[in-house]
Structures are given as C-alpha cells and as structure tokens.
Design a protein around this ligand. Structure first.
Ligand code: GDP
Ligand code: IMO
Ligand code: MG
Length: 424
C-alpha cells in the first residue's frame, strides 16, 4: 500500500480540514506530517463547526487511527485545549489518536521568542500566528529541541537547559519575560504535559510503515500551503516547515516510492493571511466582496485574510513541486455573484512576461496578466451533482484543467461535509 497526500497549493486555508474529513471514511489512518497549531482546519457537519489545530481532521469519523507525526511541532497547552474540547463533544480521542515520540515540543519560551523576533523585524515582520512555530523548528534544526519522547527520561534537566538558552536569547533581544508571568506559563505547560502523557506515544514511522505493510491505507494531511513552504514559498514570508509533498516523507518516515495519490487543494480564487508577496491581491470592492462572501478571516488569529483572483502561475508551480495527481477546487460558491471571473495566467515583471514564480517575489513589482471569463451568477450551494453545474462554471473548470494539465476531481460549493461534489 501507498500513502495518499492531501495538501494546500496556495497560501493556506484552502479548505484542507473539510476535505480530509470527507475523504477519511476511505482510509484506515489519517496523519499530520508538519506544522503545528499555526494551522486552523475547519470542519462543518450536522450544523456544527469545529476548528482543529494539531489533531488530524480524520478524528470525527469512526474507526480510523489518527497520527500526529514526527514532523509536527506540538504545544501541550494548545493540544490540551483542543483535545478537551473534542472530548467534551463526545469524541473518543484516547482510542483514536497516537502521537509521535519524535514530534518536537513548543515551549512557553518559544512563543515569547516568536513575539520578540517579530518585534525585532519591525516593518519587515512576517505576521506569524504567534504560536512559536519558527523558534521551535529553529531549535529542531539547531539540535536544541525537546521531543515528545523526552518526557520519558530526565525531562526536567533537558527542559532547564532549553529554558536557559531561550532566556539568554530573550535577554539579548531586550525581551526578558516577567518571572511571575513565565512561572504561570510554565505551570500551565507542565500540567498540559501531564495530560499529554495519557495519550499513546508511538514510534510513528514504524506504525505508519507497518500499517502499509499490512495493507492499510493512510491519508497524510498537510498544513499551511505550498506558497508558505520554507524552501519554495515566498521566502522569507513563509512558515518554518516543508509544506510540500516531500514533507510527508520526512514528517512521517514514509519513503518517496510509497507516495500514491497527491491531492492538491486550491480555492476558486486566492487568499493569504500575514505579510508577504501576493501578486493577484485585490484592494478594491471586488476583494472586499470575496472576503465578505467567503468569510475570509483567519481560523486561528481572526485576522482578515487578503483576497484576490486565482493565480495560475503560483498554482502551476505548486502542482509541479508536489506532483499533484488530483486537484480539488474549494469555495466555488463564493464566486456565485460575480459577473466576471479573472484568472492570472502570467506575470509581467519589468516589462517582461514570465510564467515562473520569481526568486525575489517580495522585492520585484509583479503585474498579473489576466484572462477574463464570464461568471455564472447562480447560487451553487445546493448543487449535488456535476450535471447541475451552470455552463459558465463548467467552462471555468475546463479552462483551469487545461491550463493546469491536471484533473479537478472534487468541487466544493459550501462549508458543510455534504456540499462536496465528486466528478466522474
Ligand atoms: P484549512 O486551513 O485549509 O483547513 O482551511 P480553513 O478551515 O482555515 O479555511 C477554510 C474556510 O472555508 C473554513 O471556514 C471552511 O468552513 C470554509 N469552507 C470550506 N470549503 C468551503 C466551500 O466550498 N465554500 C464555502 N463558502 N466555505 C468553505
Ligand atoms: P492552515 O493549515 C494560512 C502563515 C502566517 C504567516 C506565516 C508564518 O490553516 O492552512 P507561522 O506562525 O507559521 O510562523 O507564520 O505563515 N500561516 C498560515 N496562513 N493558513 C495556515 O495554516 C497558516 N499557518 C501559518 O499567517 O504569514
Ligand atoms: Mg486554516
């Protein structure tokens, strides 16, 4: 058996949570492979809405194993909040969830370092989610990190070393925390660590590979999006992990030849939260209409998401990097009212047309070249089959499939589980 990977092709918030939930019944296992509580994955069913941060979006379906892989960074406090809320709503977590021994822990001081680093950058700040993601991955690659499995042996000593290092860094940044405040944060953190201990801590690389060897199917759930990848995204305005498909290999211990389908998710338009280049961003009434209709406010921070037309230059780049085999188009209904839809087919940079996402996207002036297509001006939220698509919408799909040279196999027309249409 191979693993299938589902990941975002834009700047995050494409609707990964919703689709993972929809696809979960076809898999035995769902596994997160990177990111941490910077993610906010929303699911809606039976009139209720849930936002997941560190726990895989397969958790609500019956019978699957959900894994938090080694590539994930875990904040015990936020994990506890999330897990307790799920338990209160009747989800049996202990049975369904397993956590990698090798996942790195986000310490209270990592969050303080995240904030201090953003302050130090001033006008050049990234607009992080403030969850300590960057400093935790920095410690991981600098070989200073603490892992979930460290709880099992001599933890207090290891914690004290990491804490001292962080406090020295914070002091150098003029951000020494108030001792009482830090003590409070640490108390909550250590209590949450005790809570975490009650879960099954596993060698997830063995678990995943044994599942595959025994004919079980695995869906890997990405967080963030390809344009936020630390290597290939709009650096430095990115997150600190590999969000591309290769991240599933390193974040779960799955060999490249074990990757099966790659589901690439995108919105029928485009959004971005936080700072950094966004070539098709709209600052006019159309941008506002997309934001209002799409409720484009961050699931984690509540920040307004920046909105714009679909960017096929960035999408083609993302499809190439990930080896996408199946495309999934989300939030099509958000464009229901527009008389015209635009799609960026190339960039104009210094008077020259280009079809590549530039190295220094944050520094050059990118002028999008648009193709205009007729809108469908039909309410699609109640549509249940491809045969009911308005002609202009079918034409939009055909145009995208031709441009992207990849089939769009699922179309989403609303936030609910049921508003999902599979194409033949
Ligand atoms: P994720 O981070 O990729 O899981 O995406 P988010 O949950 O952060 O953001 C997607 C938002 O769009 C959530 O509020 C979803 O409930 C909502 N959503 C998902 N699919 C659709 C859709 O097809 N139409 C509409 N209108 N909303 C959707
Ligand atoms: P999901 O999984 C959208 C953005 C932040 C910021 C940059 C770095 O819900 O799609 P970080 O806290 O990771 O250091 O922030 O990345 N960002 C996201 N944007 N969706 C996300 O996750 C994001 N996770 C991080 O806004 O610009
Ligand atoms: Mg999100």
């Amino acid at each position: 058996m191979k693993v299938d990977v589902l990941l975002g092709l834009q700047w995050g918030d494409e609707g990964k949570g919703k689709v993972v939930d929809v696809l979960t019944p076809r898999y035995d296992t769902v596994a997160r492979f990177q990111g941490g509580p910077n993610a906010g994955h929303t699911l809606e069913f039976d009139g209720k809405k849930y936002v997941l941060r560190s726990i895989p979006s397969g958790i609500f379906q019956q019978g699957q194993t959900n894994i938090i892989g080694n590539g994930v960074v875990l904040d015990p406090v936020l994990f506890r909040e999330e897990a307790e809320a799920l338990e209160a709503s009747g989800t049996d977590l202990k049975e369904r969830l397993k956590i990698s021994r090798k996942a790195h822990l986000i310490l209270p001081t990592h969050r303080l370092l995240d904030a201090a680093s953003e302050r130090a950058k001033g006008g050049a700040k990234i607009g992080t989610t403030g969850k300590g993601i960057g400093p935790t991955y920095t410690d991981k690659t600098a070989r200073n990190g603490l892992r979930v499995g460290d709880m099992e042996h001599d933890f207090d000593k290891k914690y004290a070393v990491a804490r001292d290092l962080h406090l020295r860094r914070l002091e150098a940044m003029g951000a020494t925390p108030d001792p009482e405040e830090l003590a409070r944060l640490e108390k909550t953190w250590f209590e949450a660590l005790e809570y975490l201990r009650r879960f099954e801590i596993v060698n997830s690389e063995y678990l995943v590979n044994n599942l595959l060897a025994n004919g079980k199917s695995v869906l890997c759930e990405g967080a963030q999006g390809t344009m936020l990848d630390v290597d290939f995204g709009s650096y430095p305005f990115v997150t600190s992990s590999n969000t591309v498909c290769a991240g599933a290999c390193t974040g779960l211990g799955v060999a490249p030849n074990k990757i099966g389908r790659v589901y690439g998710i995108f919105k029928a338009y485009c959004t971005r939260v936080g700072a950094g280049p966004f070539p098709t961003e709209l600052f006019d009434a159309t941008g506002k209409e997309i934001r209002d209709r799409g409720h484009e406010y961050g699931a984690v921070t509540g920040r307004e998401r920046r909105c714009g037309w679909i960017d096929l230059v960035a999408l083609k780049y993302a499809i190439m990097l990930n080896g996408v085999t199946h495309l999934i188009m989300m939030k099509s209904d958000v464009l229901d009212t527009f008389p015209e839809i635009k799609a960026c087919t190339a960039y104009e940079i210094d008077g020259k047309e280009s079809s590549e996402f530039p190295f220094n996207a944050a520094e050059v002036n990118i002028k999008p070249v648009y193709k205009t297509l007729p809108g469908w001006q039909t309410d699609m939220t109640g549509i249940t089959s491809e045969r009911q698509f308005p002609k202009e919408f079918s034409d939009y799909i055909a145009f995208l499939e031709k441009e992207l040279a990849t089939p769009i196999t699922i179309v989403s027309v609303g936030p609910d589980r049921t508003q999902t249409i599979e194409r033949d």
